[in-house]
Ligand binder design. Structure first.
Ligand code: NDP
Ligand code: MG
Length: 388
């Protein structure tokens, strides 16, 4: 194939869990994909290594203090080197970029995603916080610009795959959840869990933030919100089902009662590759599902008493406006505080709930409102954390 036909992909957050797996996908298909832009925040050494290996057109380090190290290390190569948040927003607009994989973590993903959509780039969306914070705005922009947003999150990729070829409406989404490392813990046990325990996810190896969110089930709450914006369903149509084996990645039920599910071993490279290759499927060398080896698939109802975050996410989704943005900001604060041993596991939900009560509610937020809400909710949540 002519190299000009390669899909040029900008990976925002190439040094992270999703980013490094995306590079593995690109390595599997060097004739089809090219890492055109690589970016990181702090891990400059890994970014240098990736740049030397994949020879992208440009690299961006968000943390400007690391710019000199990066520039010097790549001085012998024809790779453009930039730093700072604005550079991230600029680089995704570059003409040859055809797809942007949003694999950075947290609220920081919002601005570059908006920038990429405005420039008409296809989005492979891993950064779920973008849709949690501003799903309505993102959908409106994507519709205006006729931009595809293809989900990378395994559950949403599963739903997306179940919908391929369907034109009838969804009756219900069955969103599976592993239940995380504390699925069977009592509230008393949960009160005493450590970050080391929380960082050990039973089925997936992911970045620290999402691993804590998975343990607290805020990740699943966010995925409910993400599903609403990606698939246009109401909160009542999204059922969370705990499925500890993480083999059924999610399912869709239709008006005739038929349920379609997507299954596979837990491997994020599959949904990443599908987002790149959609609507095609490419051969991969990844492990195949062996149902005899798995043998049992089990399903349980989630417990929102023990995992209150799930209830809070539904509440925020029903309330609408900037409430999911408030929850996201408060969650980023408590997630960090838990990782820094400043608060306990159960206190995370308490701070989020209290922040939801106190932060200014805005029914129809603009982009500027989201920025202000994020800042205000962080201040409020930080204050509550300080009281512990
Ligand atoms: P990681 O923490 O492993 O990686 C995050 C990446 O983003 C790193 O490259 C990091 O750079 C960069 N980054 C972090 N903060 C900033 C910032 N402020 N500005 C610019 N770049 C930044 O996260 P994951 O890969 O686990 O997750 C990425 C996103 O994908 C999250 O939104 C997560 O919810 C979602 N996701 C992840 C899944 C997974 O399996 N990991 C599954 C489904 C969704 P550096 O390395 O320099 O810190
Ligand atoms: Mg997921």
């Amino acid at each position: 194939m002519n190299t000009n036909e390669k899909k040029k992909i900008a990976i925002l957050g190439s040094t992270g869990s999703i980013g490094t797996q995306a590079l593995q996908v690109i390595e599997e298909h060097p004739d089809l994909y090219e890492a055109y832009v690589l970016t990181a925040n702090n891990r400059v050494e890994l970014l240098i290594e990736q740049a030397r290996r994949f020879m992208p057109e440009a690299v961006v380090i968000a943390n400007e203090k690391k710019y000199e190290i990066l520039r010097e290390a790549l001085a012998d190569l024809p790779i453009k080197v930039y730093a700072g948040d604005d550079a991230l927003c600029q680089i995704v607009r570059e003409k040859p970029v055809s797809m942007v994989l949003t694999a950075m973590v947290g609220f920081a993903g919002l601005k570059p995603t908006i920038s990429a959509i405005e420039a008409g780039k296809s989005i492979a969306l891993a950064n779920k916080e973008t849709l949690v914070v501003a799903g309505e705005l993102i959908n409106r922009l994507a519709n205006d610009r006729h931009v595809d947003i293809i989900p990378v999150d395994s559950e949403h990729s599963a739903i997306f795959q179940c919908l391929a070829g369907e034109i009838s409406p969804i009756e219900k989404i069955i969103l599976t959840a592993s239940g995380g490392p504390f699925r069977t813990f009592t509230r008393e046990q949960l009160a005493a869990v450590t970050k080391a325990q929380a960082l050990k996810h039973p089925n997936w190896t992911m970045g620290a933030k999402i691993t804590i969110d998975s343990a607290s089930m805020m990740n699943k709450g966010f995925e409910v919100i993400e599903a609403k914006w990606l698939f246009g369903v109401e909160p009542e149509q999204i059922q969370v089902v705990v499925h500890p084996q993480s083999i059924v990645h999610s399912a869709v039920q239709f008006a005739d009662g038929a349920v379609k599910a997507q299954l596979g071993v837990p491997d994020m490279r599959v949904p990443i590759q599908y987002a790149f290759s959609y609507p095609l499927r490419l051969h991969s060398s990844f492990e195949r599902l062996d149902l005899f080896k798995t043998s049992t698939l089990t399903f349980e109802e989630p417990d929102t008493e023990r995992f209150h975050n799930l209830a809070l996410a539904y509440e925020a989704l029903r309330k609408g406006g900037n409430m999911p943005c408030i929850v996201n900001a408060a969650n980023e604060v408590v997630n960090r505080a838990f990782l820094d041993d400043r608060i306990g596991f159960l206190q995370m939900s308490d701070v989020i709930a209290a922040t939801m009560q106190k932060a200014t509610f805005i029914k129809e937020p603009t982009y500027e409102d989201y920025l202000q809400t994020d800042a205000e909710a962080r201040r409020i949540a930080g204050g509550f954390v300080g009281e512990y």
